[in-house]
Design a protein around this ligand. Structure first.
Ligand code: NAD
Ligand code: MG
Length: 392
């Protein structure tokens, strides 16, 4: 039996992972499950999968979780340190599906004990790619991408020589505001930004899809995970979200990964790697789909893409600052303190200020430096957002 832990089990990726595991429970022994406020669902999952420990990231929710789990034999824990402790428990396969930079410490702990890390939490790579990939290497552990685009690229690269790759093309649906008139974007509400044309995902990544901050994170993720040069990484708008990514080789061939917008494909690929197994996802009817469209991403609509290029030039702690400022700006937008279009301006101003202060430089990346950059960027973003809100 394979020992499995799922961090962020109650989220959209977590639930899809649980769905796949529940189809073959005899193959897995569940070590740890983590969640947030929805402790009732976390307890249900822990009982139905027979988990060793269930952890909520909120200490104030511990008692409620314990109530739901009383008599079940499942151990109860709470708080970020407890999540790290749970990630240190020996497991063979660990799903990293917490949203945001909070996913980094448990991901590192899992790699330190040699587990295969199925990485949905792209923020870990953006904040600390060198550290995460370095930790995997030092402990002989494997990282498998779960982001659909990166899973697609990894699949297109099987059996290929990396030196024959000319370029990687990530597709982007364009999110909720792809076809909105530019001048309306400033009035977009959190509700409007939270509906995705093709994918059913957590709220934060859905809003990040509308702003293309999600694609910006993914461009950086591509650089950190595969080591491609920034100039090799392209983005194209593809409204149908059926082609997840393409890899271009030096003989002119483009290998495209095509599939339905269902994360259980990428999760299942990572779960069964290096085997391929049957998965419960829709089989595409190409004739019914009829056509695939592509468009160039418009810089004025999605300034986040330009910021990602700048982050890759600076490197060091720029990814950590970029992600943290984005998380804070997103919080401010969701709280209706700033406008949709203010998010990119806030993030750009934070990057500029921290670069000016020399706060993005880093010789050897460590968790403390990443945490500090994260903290400073959040603080600056929060001040800037408050300033923007006051002048609105
Ligand atoms: P979600 O909001 O649905 O779920 C997030 C999970 O993390 C929940 O279990 C929540 O309780 C937990 N969580 C939230 N804040 C936490 C904190 N501070 N500490 C510990 N746990 C916390 O998010 P999601 O859409 O499932 O996304 C999860 C990750 O996967 C993100 O990094 C996202 O970018 C990535 N991802 C998601 C999709 C998708 O289809 N949903 C696709 C590709 C990548
Ligand atoms: Mg993606």
């Amino acid at each position: 039996m394979r020992r499995v832990s799922i961090f962020g089990a109650t989220g959209s990726i977590g639930e899809n992972t649980v769905d796949l595991i529940e189809r073959a429970p005899e193959e897995y022994r569940i070590v740890a499950l983590s969640g947030g406020r929805n402790v009732k669902r976390l307890a249900e999952q822990a009982i139905s999968l027979g988990a060793e420990v269930a952890v909520t990231c909120f200490p104030e929710k511990k008692e409620e979780l314990a109530g739901h789990l009383s008599g079940s034999g499942v151990e109860v824990a709470a708080g970020p340190e407890a999540i790290e402790e749970a990630a240190s428990r020996p497991a063979d396969w660990v799903m990293s599906a917490i949203v945001g930079a909070a996913g980094l410490p448990p991901g590192l702990r899992a790699l330190e004990q040699g587990a295969t890390l199925a990485l949905a939490n792209k923020e870990s790579l953006v904040c600390a790619g060198q550290l995460l990939m370095g930790t995997a290497k030092a402990h002989g552990a494997e990282v498998l991408p779960v982001d659909s685009e990166h899973s697609a690229v990894a699949q297109a690269l099987v059996g290929e020589d990396l030196s024959a790759v000319e370029r990687v093309i990530l597709t982007a649906s364009g999110g909720a505001f792809r076809d909105w008139p530019l001048e309306d974007l400033a009035r977009a509400t959190p509700e409007q930004a939270s509906s995705h044309p093709n994918w059913d995902m957590g709220q934060r990544i859905t809003v990040d899809s509308a702003s293309m901050f999600n694609k910006s994170l993914e461009v950086i993720e591509t650089r950190e995970f595969f080591g491609f040069e920034p100039r090799q990484i392209e983005v194209v708008v593809h409204p149908q979200s059926m082609i997840h990514a393409l890899v271009g080789f030096n003989d002119g061939a483009l290998m495209a990964h095509v599939g339905p917008p269902d994360m259980r494909h990428a999760i299942g690929y990572a779960l069964h790697h290096p085997e391929r197994r049957s998965l419960p996802v829709e089989r595409l009817d190409l004739v019914k789909i009829g056509r695939f469209d592509f468009r160039e991403p418009c810089e004025a609509r999605w300034p986040a893409l330009r910021l990602a290029r700048h982050v890759m030039e600076i490197r060091g702690l720029a990814g950590a600052a970029f992600n943290a400022a984005k998380e804070q700006a997103l919080d401010a937008f969701l709280a209706r303190e700033i406008r949709f279009t203010d998010m990119a301006s806030v993030v750009e101003a934070v990057l500029e200020a921290m670069e000016r202060d020399g706060a993005l430089k880093c010789d050897r990346m460590c968790l403390d430096a990443v945490t500090e950059a994260n903290h400073v960027a959040r603080k600056r973003a929060s001040e800037l957002a408050a300033h923007v809100a006051m002048n609105a």
